[in-house]
Design a protein around this ligand. Structure first.
Ligand SMILES: Nc1nc2c(ncn2[C@@H]2O[C@H](COP(=O)(O)OP(=O)(O)OP(=O)(O)O)[C@@H](O)[C@H]2O)c(=O)[nH]1
Ligand SMILES: [Mg+2]
Length: 223
């Protein structure tokens, strides 16, 4: 009985996600859903990404947190339109769902946006289950979390199109094997591109930016 209820919730979500996907395609918006456990560096990465991209690409962000506008305030310093979703107004969910994104985009002029980034609620489990109508999904794994996380939370790494290994500037201070982390990520998603980087030093940042811009341009050419 319980399983049927969960299935129904996900079916409803998938139907709204498809509507979102059509709406994004009609407006020529590329949507990127960024997920990770709390504190792995999503907002820090996005602030730096938007600083570099927004002068030449029209961007916007939807950021999900259970409460507070801390991340929206940080992201707004880039000058890009930001919508903060507090999920405690939607029952305190630990993820963003398709209907929440549909509500949030009402605050944006989609026709003027080329790239919409969604920073999902910090959580390595639930966000992986909810399609929002995005084009691509990414997961951030920071070097302070341990190499085992892809194996312990495989769904997240399986549903993503790319992974970032963040905070590599900290590697000299840790007993963390980047090779083992990579092996573990590939054990659940063999072909996934992985970008080790540090937002603090800038090491590896260009490769991530190149991947993102290539994906945005590929969608433009498809439509
Ligand atoms: N050393 C180092 N610290 C980093 C790096 N990127 C982020 N941090 C730090 O990691 C902490 C968490 O970063 P956030 O960007 O807030 O992480 P988040 O994933 O957005 O967190 P939530 O939104 O709460 O899930 C902050 O203290 C950042 O300064 C990095 O490349 N190197
Ligand atoms: Mg954040």
């Amino acid at each position: 009985m319980e399983i049927q209820v969960v299935r129904k919730v996900l079916d409803v979500n998938d139907a709204i996600a498809e509507e979102n996907r059509k709406m994004f395609a009609q407006n020529g918006v590329f949507v990127f859903n960024l997920m990770s456990s709390p504190g792995s560096g999503k907002t820090t990465l996005l602030v730096e990404t938007l600083k570099r991209l927004s002068p030449r690409l029209s961007c916007a962000v939807i950021v999900g947190d259970i409460c507070s506008t801390i991340d929206a305030d940080r992201l707004a310093t880039t000058g890009v339109p930001v919508v903060q979703v507090n999920t405690d107004e939607f029952g305190g969910d630990c993820h963003l769902a398709a209907h929440v994104i549909r509500s949030a985009v009402a605050a944006l002029d989609l026709s003027a946006i080329e790239l919409l980034i969604v920073e999902n609620v910090g959580n390595l489990v639930c966000p992986a289950e909810f399609d929002m109508g995005e084009d691509r999904r990414g997961v951030v794994l920071s070097v302070t979390e341990g190499e085992d996380k892809p194996v312990k939370y495989p769904l997240m790494f399986r549903v993503c199109d790319m992974a970032i290994l963040s905070k590599i500037d900290l590697l000299p201070h840790l007993d963390f094997s980047a090779d083992l982390a990579l092996k573990n990520i590939r054990s659940v998603n063999p072909k996934i591109p992985v970008f080790p980087l540090s937002t603090k030093t800038g090491e590896g940042f260009d490769a991530w930016m190149e991947w993102l811009e290539k994906e945005i341009n590929a969608k433009k050419q498809r439509t």
